[in-house]
Design a protein around this ligand. Structure first.
Ligand code: ARG
Length: 459
């Protein structure tokens, strides 16, 4: 079929080149945004008397029925069209005749595609935000349920100091709150209307860009027509936010994988989010967590791909920019899928407090508290640190823990030690003493849960 843009050229485009050039295979997912955008455009053309009011109505009705027919499955997208914009216009003209050909007045596919992408990302960012909030809610629930569950906190993956499982989970809730903030903040820059920029230089018609922007719920319009069609920084920002969030999900996944190993056995993931092995009957593999960790690489790739595509492009539109879509779509799909799996996986995860406690009892994670005891009795911290280290070394040599070492032994290291030291190195007391704001104490954990819930409520 002849191209809608046939005119300057008369020859046919090579079939393979035509496929290569086409984006309808992937940009068809923006049909709703494309049609809604076109309806606003037709309304503006009518309101500004660029076309007659009745022609505008005919166009809007036509577009509405195309949308309804696509939604109901009555109309199929014609994959021989170059892109979704061409398809909608072609279908409209097939249905309405010459009036259909008026839709593209004072518009270009360059501003149309930028508009569709912004509307698409605006919708998807909302969906993603809802999912992030749902994950934070689940984390807060698990934190509440595990407020008093002691576990070892780690640095260098070595047992370091006693914390609670709740405190650990809330660290992820805080990260995800910032991820949500980032998506919300990006909306300011996504939600700006490029339509009316036309090919690059604006137009000679008396258009009303604010009319269209308001009709489509944009907060602002791009103030420079070249910028409106040239930049995809809003896509880059979205991808960067997606990559950052995936980095958080990936670290969390890594911990879930470790925690569900026999070496740790801190949690048991529900059967619904694990798989068996085809050969080893004993296996219960954390595939979903591993896949989330794995898919993080894809989303990083999407970000890098778009940044690289854009870096050498002269202004204004270049066909290279068609490559924005697959990166953005892939990231959107991946992020949503990962969150959809993560939310119920965390909700159904069963902590194993006995094992966490046993691990906490083994790593001398109360050694800092032992040093703090001596500081309380008047010793400078560095000296207290040294004595505590020597006592730990002795315990290791003798197969003891700090809690079982007799007072006479302690006294041999410092006369400051007394019977009350045992209370100070009791693990639960060690946790309770970490009362600094944001610390591991149950009171602090309660305050953190309240903070998270408040943020969820008030955004
Ligand atoms: N399919 C194109 C894209 O996704 C639409 C814009 C085409 N504009 C043009 N001048 N060829 O970028």
């Amino acid at each position: 079929m002849a191209k809608m843009w046939a005119g300057r050229t008369a020859g046919e485009v090579d079939r393979i080149a035509d496929d290569f050039n086409s984006s309808i295979g992937f940009d068809q997912r923006m049909y709703r945004q494309d049609i809604t955008g076109s309806m606003a455009h037709a309304a503006m053309l009518g309101a500004q008397k660029i076309i007659s009011e009745s022609e505008a109505e005919v166009l809007i009705d036509g577009l509405e029925t195309i949308l309804a027919d696509l939604e109901s499955g009555k109309l199929e997208i014609d994959l021989s069209c170059e892109d979704i914009h061409m398809f909608v216009e072609q279908e409209l003209t097939a249905r309405l005749g010459d009036v259909g050909k008026k839709l593209h007045t004072a518009r270009s596919r360059n501003d149309q595609v930028a508009l569709d992408m912004r509307m698409y990302l605006r919708d998807e960012a909302e969906t993603i935000l809802k999912k992030i909030r749902a994950l934070i809610e689940v984390l807060a629930e698990q934190a509440k349920a595990n407020r008093d569950v002691i576990m070892p906190g780690y640095t260098h993956l070595q047992r370091a100091q006693p914390i609670t499982f709740a405190h650990h989970l809330l660290a992820y809730a805080m990260m995800l709150l910032r991820d949500a903030d980032r998506f919300t903040d990006a909306m300011k820059r996504i939600n700006v209307s490029p339509i009316g920029s036309c090919a690059l230089a604006g137009t000679t018609y008396d258009t009303d860009r604010w009319f269209e922007a308001k009709k489509l719920n944009f907060n602002d319009i791009c103030r420079n027509s070249i910028d409106g069609v040239s930049d995809r920084d809003f896509c880059v920002e979205f991808l960067s936010n997606a990559a950052t969030m995936m980095m958080h999900l990936s670290r969390f996944s890594e911990e879930l994988i470790l925690w569900s190993s026999w070496e740790f056995k801190f949690v048991e993931l529900s059967d619904a989010y694990t798989t068996g092995s085809s050969i080893m009957p004993q296996k219960k593999n954390p595939d979903m967590a591993e896949l989330i960790r794995g898919k993080t690489g894809r989303v990083y790739g999407d970000l890098m791909a778009l940044l690289t595509t854009l870096k050498g492009l002269p202004l204004a539109y270049n066909k290279d920019m068609q490559e924005d879509k697959e990166s953005v779509f892939d990231a959107v799909d991946t992020v949503k899928m990962c969150l959809d799996v993560m939310i119920p996986m965390i909700a159904t995860m069963k902590p194993l407090p006995e094992n966490m406690k046993a691990a906490a009892q083994k790593g001398f994670i109360n050694a800092t508290d032992l040093a703090d005891y001596l500081v309380k009795k008047g010793l400078p911290f560095r000296s207290a640190y040294k004595i505590s280290g020597q006592i730990v070394a002795r315990c290791i040599a003798e197969g003891q823990v700090l809690e079982t070492l007799p007072l006479e032994v302690y006294k041999a290291y410092s006369e400051l030690f007394d019977e009350d030291l045992y209370a100070d190195i009791d693990l639960w007391i060690c946790v309770k003493k970490r009362i600094s704001e944001g610390g591991a104490s149950p009171d602090s954990v309660d305050a953190q849960i309240a903070y998270v819930e408040e943020k969820l409520k008030n955004g």
